[in-house]
Design a protein. Structure first.
Length: 165
C-alpha cells in the first residue's frame, strides 16, 4: 500500500490536525488500516465524518478501520475519512514533514511521510477547549464549518509519496 500526496494541515502545539492522502493498494488482496501512531501527537485515531440526526457533520472514530480493496484506493480527505492527530507534541508549520505509521490488519505497518500545509478550509469545531493543552470536548467532534471540498487542490506543490508496504 502507498500513500499518494500525503499532507497534514498546520496546527499549534497541543492542538489537533489530520493526515489526508489517497491510500492506494496495488496488491492482490485487500489491506485494512486498523490504527496509526506518530511522534508528532500523543494520540492518533482513524476518523470518519458522518451526518448527525440534526443534519450536521460529525466526526467520530471509525469502527473496523479503513479497507482498501485490492487494486483500488481509499481517499482520506477533509470532510471525509482521515487520520486524526491529537495532542500535538509541537507546532506543525507549513513545509515541515511529519511521519505517521499506519498499522495494518496483518500486523505490518506502512510509514507515511506527509508535508504540512497551511490550509484555510476545514475550520474544525472540536468543542469548547479552555486551553491549547486541553483535550476536553474531543468526543463527538464536529466539522460543521468544513464547507464543500469539491474541486480543492490537494497538493500540487507536495510530492507523491510512494513509501509503504
Amino acid at each position: 500500500m502507498t500513500a499518494v500526496d500525503p499532507w497534514i494541515k498546520s496546527a499549534e502545539k497541543g492542538g489537533m490536525t489530520a493526515l489526508f492522502a489517497d491510500l492506494t493498494n496495488d496488491g492482490s488482496t485487500e489491506v485494512v488500516v486498523t490504527g496509526a501512531s506518530s511522534p508528532a501527537a500523543s494520540t492518533v485515531e482513524l476518523h470518519e465524518t458522518t451526518q448527525g440526526s440534526d443534519g450536521s457533520s460529525m466526526m467520530k472514530p471509525v469502527e473496523g478501520g479503513f479497507t482498501v480493496p485490492a487494486g483500488e484506493s481509499h481517499e482520506l480527505e477533509p470532510g471525509g475519512d482521515h487520520v486524526m492527530l491529537m495532542g500535538l507534541t509541537k507546532a506543525l508549520k507549513p513545509g515541515e514533514r511529519v511521519t505517521v505509521e499506519l498499522q495494518l490488519e496483518d500486523g505490518s505497518t506502512s510509514s507515511v511521510e506527509a508535508i504540512v500545509k497551511d490550509f484555510a478550509g476545514a475550520d474544525e469545531n472540536y468543542g469548547d477547549s479552555e486551553s491549547e493543552d486541553s483535550m476536553d470536548g474531543m468526543d463527538d467532534m464536529d466539522h460543521d464549518d468544513m464547507g464543500d471540498m469539491d474541486g480543492m487542490d490537494h497538493g500540487a506543490d507536495s510530492p507523491s509519496n510512494g513509501s509503504g508496504s
